[in-house]
Design a protein around this ligand. Structure first.
Ligand code: GLU
Length: 476
C-alpha cells in the first residue's frame, strides 16, 4: 500500500509551497487507495508549538486535504509528533555504532571551531573515528558529552528522483553528519529516516532543498538494511524569476489568500497546477477530479511562478459557477458593510457574481451605491458610445422627465422607457444609456447597466443622481 506523509515543522504559518507538497502527497496516496499521514516535525522547535500545529490542522481541513493518520486523528504508527517519539532514536543510532556505520564524537566546540575555513564552514575531520574502544569507553564512563556521527563510506551514491531523475553524489563531498546531538535528541536528518521507515512511508515528497541531503539518508537506509522510499522532490514556488515567495510580502500563505477573499477550492486547484501539468488542456479541477487525473509524470523540475492574476481568474471562475445561495452567504456580509441604505442586496449580488475575481473585490465594485462619488464630467465623453458633455446634458434632461413620469419602476419598465427615448431622439442606444449609467454610478465602469442600477436605487435616488449629473454638466 502506498503511504505518503506530510511532515511540516510547526512554524505557525502554512506556506503555499508546503501546502502544495501536502496536496501532491494527498493526491498520490488517494489515487492509489493509499494513506496520507501527517507527522509534526518539532524537534528543532524551541517555541511553543501548540498554536502552530493548529494552523496546520486548520489549513488542511479548510483545503479539504484530510489525513488518515496524525496527532489529532491517531493511527497505528503513532505518536505522530516527532518530539514525542524521541526515545527510540538513540537506540537506532547505537545500533549503527555497533555495525560500524556511526561513531561517537567527543570533540568540543573549540576544536570544531578550529576546523572552520574562511567562510566559517567546518567539515568534520573524523578525529574521533580514530579513537580506540578503550578510549571511547573511558569517555562514556566519565560522562564526556558526545554526539553520534554517521560514518560516510567511500565511493559514490546514486539514486533516482521521480522529478529530477538519476542523481549521483561522490561520498567524499558529504560530511559525517550528526545523528544524535549532545542533548541526546536526534537531528532532523536522522529522525526523518527513522520515522519514515517506522511509519512504512513508501513515497517521500518534499522540497528540492532536501535533494542534497538525500544521499546521506540513503546511506542510512542501507546501513540499517531498510528499503529506500520513492523520492519526489519538488522545485520551489517563486514570486518571480529570481525571488522565492516570502512570508514578508504577505501573500505566501494559505491564510493570507483566504483573507484576501480567495476560495479554498480555487486555491487548491491553482496550487495543483503550480508545477504540475495535466495531460489535457483542462484547468479547472475539483479535488476528486485531481485524485483521478494526478500523475507524477506531469511534475516539472523548473521552479513554478506564483501568478496571482491566474489565481484571481480561476477564483472568478469558481465564483461564477457557484450556486447563488452559497455565493450570497459569502457576499452578504461584505455588501452589508458597504451598503447600509435599504437597497435589495440580493439583486446587487446577482449583478456582481459574474464580475469579480475575489469576494473582497465586492467592496470596490459597489462603492458608488451608498453615496454617489464626486466624479469628473469627462466620464460622459465616450468615443464609441458617441457621447460628449453636450449631448449627455440633453439626454439627462429628457431622462429626468422620463423617470419622473415613470410609474412602475422595475428593470423592464425602465428599460422600455429608455428604448422609447432612444427612438424619440433618433440616436444609437449608447447615446442614451451611457450618460444615464454614468450619472447613476459616477464611475467609468459599473457592475450592471443603467436600467438595473435605476431599479436598485428606486425612483427617488435615481432622480437625485440624474439631477446631480445635470447640475455638473450645466457648469461645463
Ligand atoms: N520538516 C521538514 C520541513 O518542514 C520536512 C522535510 C521532509 O518532508 O522530509 O521542511
Amino acid at each position: 500500500m502506498i503511504r505518503t506523509r506530510f511532515a511540516p515543522s510547526p512554524t505557525g504559518y502554512m506556506h503555499i509551497g508546503n501546502l502544495r507538497t501536502a496536496l501532491y502527497e494527498y493526491l498520490i496516496a488517494k489515487a492509489n487507495n493509499g494513506k496520507f499521514i501527517l507527522r509534526i516535525e518539532d524537534t528543532d522547535q524551541e517555541r511553543l508549538v501548540e498554536d502552530a500545529t493548529e494552523v496546520i490542522y486548520n489549513t488542511l481541513k479548510m483545503a479539504g486535504i484530510q489525513h488518515d493518520e496524525g496527532p489529532d486523528v491517531g493511527g497505528e504508527y503513532g505518536p505522530y509528533i516527532q518530539s514525542q517519539r524521541k526515545s527510540g532514536y538513540l537506540d537506532y543510532a547505537k545500533e549503527l555504532v555497533e555495525k560500524g556505520e556511526a561513531y561517537y564524537c567527543f570533540c568540543d566546540k573549540e576544536r570544531l571551531d578550529g576546523l572552520k575555513n574562511d567562510g566559517g564552514i567546518a567539515k568534520y575531520d573524523r578525529h574521533c573515528l580514530g579513537l580506540s574502544k578503550e578510549e571511547i569507553e573511558e569517555k562514556l564512563k566519565n560522562n564526556t558529552p558526545y554526539v553520534i556521527r554517521q560514518k560516510i563510506k567511500e565511493g559514490s551514491t546514486t539514486f533516482v528522483d521521480e522529478v529530477y531523475g538519476d542523481i549521483t553524489v561522490e561520498n567524499e563531498e558529504m560530511e559525517d553528519q550528526i545523528l544524535i546531538k549532545s542533548d541526546g535528541l536526534p537531528t532532523y536528518n536522522f529522525a526523518n529516516v527513522i520515522d519514515d521507515h517506522l511509519m512504512n512511508i513508501t513515497h517521500v515528497v518534499r522540497g528540492s532543498e532536501y535533494l542534497s541531503s538525500t544521499p546521506k539518508y540513503n546511506l542510512l537506509y542501507d546501513a540499517f538494511g531498510w528499503d529506500i522510499p520513492t523520492y519526489i522532490h519538488l522545485p520551489p514556488v517563486m514570486k518571480n524569476q529570481t525571488e522565492k515567495l516570502s512570508k514578508r510580502n504577505g501573500d505566501a500563505s494559505f491564510q493570507d489568500l483566504i483573507d484576501k477573499g480567495y476560495l479554498p477550492e480555487a486555491i487548491i486547484n491553482y496550487i495543483a497546477l503550480l508545477g504540475w501539468s495535466p495531460s489535457t488542456n483542462e484547468e479547472i479541477f475539483t479535488l476528486d477530479e485531481l485524485i483521478k487525473c494526478f500523475d507524477i509524470k506531469g511534475l516539472s523540475k523548473s521552479p513554478a511562478i506564483f501568478d496571482i492574476v491566474k489565481l484571481t481568474w480561476l477564483n472568478g471562475e469558481y465564483i461564477k459557477k457557484m450556486d447563488f445561495d452559497k455565493f450570497y452567504t459569502l457576499a452578504k456580509p461584505v455588501l452589508e458593510k458597504a451598503i447600509t441604505k435599504p437597497y435589495n442586496l440580493e439583486k446587487i449580488a446577482t449583478h456582481i457574481k459574474t464580475r469579480i475575481g475575489t469576494i473582497n473585490d465586492i467592496t470596490d465594485m459597489v462603492d458608488f451605491i451608498e453615496n454617489l462619488p464626486d466624479y469628473s464630467t469627462e466620464l460622459y465623453i465616450h468615443k464609441k458610445m458617441k457621447t460628449d458633455e453636450k449631448n449627455s446634458l440633453e439626454v439627462l434632461k429628457k431622462a429626468l422627465v422620463m423617470f419622473e413620469n415613470l410609474e412602475k419602476f422595475d428593470n423592464d419598465s425602465i428599460y422600455n422607457a429608455m428604448t422609447e427615448l432612444v427612438k424619440e431622439m433618433e440616436v444609437k442606444n449608447g447615446v442614451v444609456l451611457w450618460p444615464i449609467r454614468t450619472a447613476l454610478s459616477g464611475k467609468p465602469s459599473s457592475p450592471c447597466g443603467a436600467s438595473e442600477m435605476a431599479e436598485i436605487f428606486g425612483k427617488e435616488e435615481t432622480i437625485a443622481r440624474i439631477k446631480k449629473g445635470i447640475e455638473k454638466l450645466s457648469e461645463v
